[in-house]
Design a protein around this ligand. Structure first.
Ligand code: NDP
Ligand code: GDR
Length: 343
């Protein structure tokens, strides 16, 4: 039985990857951080099937122990301070976890089992300021946030350990991927949660930042399959994983309201842009400058041709299906919350 160690197992991707590896018959080990409350996040429903190890990306001793305890053949390094906005508020912690943390994990692999295969969660945020569209494995990087800068270090140190020590170490340059398990601070889930609340009458208006930002959005379920595929090849390499399509935040909002059967019309532009409900004229979306970033990534559009050809990877969940699934799920969750509050 193969053994896999997942850092960030309680997060969105960690939970779907754990499900995938359990289905494939792996013995799954997951790193969790000690918190004041016992909380398994997104793996609560499969917590009895995962072997949890307490560790932290900033503590190399704990990562060496995690490698020893798990005896992992495959290591998926997904742990990160992953919210771009927070990286301006906590730049040093972000670098400790997302940059130095990668070296800590690579060293733990090198010291305990250099034969173990290593996956690094790299990101399209490394492309940042547009250098080329669409973005491929060869597009120059120009990160635009402390998060992007820290991740770029993680990307290069992974490549460096591959070349220096002949480790089987890969980076997946994944474009945005979302799901019903996405954190509510990210724009997609913030939108679908708000749409559900507006539909069910417990929220008046959704406030957003840059409506023109363009992202290449896929579903996490498709993307964790690519992570696994990268570790099953003859030779370690880096791959872009993307849908080859890009949409604005406004496009996402439109489809989400449509799914909830709340048609809207847009008015104004820039900071004065709003959307009104067609049925009762109420303003349900407005721009709040509070959500603008000190430096923005205006457009991400990936070209996943290399992964499609070499890994035979293909995304299966379309953009509209992604939005619909998230809205449907939030409608159920908010309905349940309202019922519980009424008890
Ligand atoms: P999440 O924010 O949902 O999950 C992050 C995970 O990292 C959580 O399990 C969190 O644990 C853990 N973590 C954070 N800090 C530490 C630490 N110091 N020590 C140990 N664990 C820690 O992220 P996603 O699942 O969305 O993303 C997975 C990875 O992929 C991340 O590295 C992210 O940067 C990267 N990525 C994500 C993309 C996306 O669109 N989702 C695109 C490209 C890359 P806890 O539950 O305790 O907070
Ligand atoms: P991103 O995701 O920064 O791309 O990072 P996020 O959903 O936070 O932002 C996407 C775009 O939407 C714009 N935006 C808003 N964003 C948030 N969070 N809240 C708002 O109210 C809002 N209004 C507009 C943002 O300005 C941005 O342009 C995600 C994370 O998962 C990273 O970890 C990952 O590496 C990248 O995707 C690829």
């Amino acid at each position: 039985m193969k053994k896999a160690l997942i850092t960030g197992v309680t997060g969105q991707d960690g939970s779907y990857l754990a499900e995938l590896l359990l289905e494939k018959g792996y013995s799954v080990f997951g790193i969790v951080r000690r918190k004041s409350t016992l909380d398994y996040g997104n793996v609560e429903h499969i917590k009895d099937k995962i072997n949890f190890i307490y560790a932290d990306m900033t503590d190399i001793v704990s990562l060496i122990n995690a490698m020893r305890i798990s005896g992992a053949d495959e290591v998926y390094n997904l742990a990160a301070q992953s919210f771009v906005q927070t990286s301006w508020e906590q730049p040093v912690a972000t670098a400790d976890i997302d940059a130095i943390g990668v070296t800590n994990m690579l060293e733990a692999v090198r010291i305990v089992n250099p034969k173990a295969r290593f996956y690094q969660a790299s990101t399209s945020e490394m492309f940042g300021l547009v250098q080329e569209i669409p973005q491929t494995e060869n597009t120059p990087f120009y990160p635009r946030s402390p998060y992007g800068v820290a991740k770029l270090y993680g990307h290069w140190i992974t490549k460096n350990y591959r070349e220096s020590y002949d480790l089987y170490a890969c980076s997946g340059i994944l474009f945005n991927h979302e799901s019903e398990r996405r954190g509510k601070e990210f724009v997609t889930r913030k939108i679908t949660d708000a749409v559900a609340r507006i539909k069910l009458g417990v929220l008046d208006c959704l406030e957003l930042g840059n409506m023109d930002a363009k992202r290449d959005w896929g579903h996490s379920i498709d993307y964790v399959k690519a992570m696994w595929l990268m570790l099953q090849q003859d030779v370690a390499d880096d791959y872009v994983i993307a849908t080859n399509e890009t949409r604005t935040v406004r496009d996402f909002v439109n489809i989400a309201f449509e799914r909830a059967e709340l048609p809207i019309v847009w008015e104004g532009e820039g900071v004065n842009e709003t959307a009104r409900r067609k049925d009762n004229g109420k303003i349900v979306v407005k721009v709040n400058e509070r959500y603008f970033r000190p430096a923005e990534v205006e457009i991400l559009l990936g070209n996943a041709a290399k992964a499609e050809k070499k890994l035979k990877w293909k995304r299966e969940i379309s953009f509209t299906e992604l939005v619909n699934r998230m809205v449907d799920n939030d409608l159920l969750l908010v309905e349940k919350e309202i019922k519980n509050n009424a008890k």
